[in-house]
Design a protein. Sequence first.
Length: 421
Amino acid sequence: MEVFKFGGASVKDASSVRNVGAILKRFLGDKLIVVVSAMAKSTNKLEEIVEARKNQDFTLYNQFIKELYSFHFQIMGELFQNKDSSIYVETETIFKDLQDRFYQPFPENYSFEYDQVVSLGEVISSKIVAAYLTEIGISSAWVDARQLVRTDNQFQEGNLDWEKTEELIQSKLPPVFLKKDVLVTQGFVGQTPEGFTTTLGREGSDYSAAIFAYCLNAKKVTIWKDVPGMLNADPKYFEDTIKLDQISYKEAIELSYYGASVIHPKTIKPLQNKGIPLFIKSFIQPDEQGTVIQESTVNDNLIPSFIVKKDQVLFSIRPVDFSFIAEESLSDIFSKLSRYHAKINLMQNSALSFSLLMDRKKADPLQIKKILGDSYKIWYNDDLELVTIRHYDQQTIDLVTTDKTIILEQKTRQTIRIVLK
């Protein structure tokens, strides 16, 4: 049994869904779990729907739903000849329930509402893909990941209950595999013990694929993307990027931790625990080799890798009484930032100050000052970028620092991280 994951770009329109079908026809007779993301920019539109409901703006709410409805129904119209197909009724019901949701009281917990609504992108997408596979003669069934992936009540960032999830997946999916070859399910979503939908964090569908693979002892996982494999840099920022043919779990975890966007950071660990290889392949050129992530570290340092984070803000924090930055101060700072759900990309301390770097869109300087301002003086620089180089040399450092000002630098034997203006 293998696990395939298809992201939003691979199901963005009708021709893309047909391409998914063509890829799966290469594996006729194989037992596959197919994890599907929301189509194209559906997640963004659903986020707008949540905002419109929060603001009690019925005009916008209705407009966004109509746009999303039209988008999906156009795709279905191109895929299904029979307009009486049950997929139309199922999808219509989802949108009708979403429309009616406007009149319910908005929950106090915004993240709760976010998960109930935004998760629908994966539900609709997976239903359409499953129906299409059946339409073209592939032995397939739709399964609901919300009934299988158990999390805690941390909405928008659900923490997995591995024991219960493994129990549910191992008890419910093998009987379905006796009747069908391909089981289509959703990435990104889970459910609390009380039955409320949770999400695993943005781009969490890769993690979902790893969860199913771990629980079912899959032979391998393949993530199908619009790139030929894992590249050593983002083509948006670097010319002449190089595909990494093979890297280790360890290297992949390092790269994802530093911000490489090809793999969700939580994806690797469960696969490493059971020695399940992860393949990253192109849905445009499915015959190409792609990248394989596995145990061996032999090839890790052959090619330097670059990770760029734009729009960074660097905070410098100093106690108001001019005391040392000691363990007590750091504990206090981390505790307060944790309640703000801050995500720190880099940190460094001296005797009198503590510096930390965060994404500007997730760290409002005024909010940070409000959280820490009673006990600390705070300065910040924004419009910065963070460049991380794995397996660097002087030539690669010069490549990214030419004509830029180095604000801060951290270096180990394998990794250099540079904050640039």
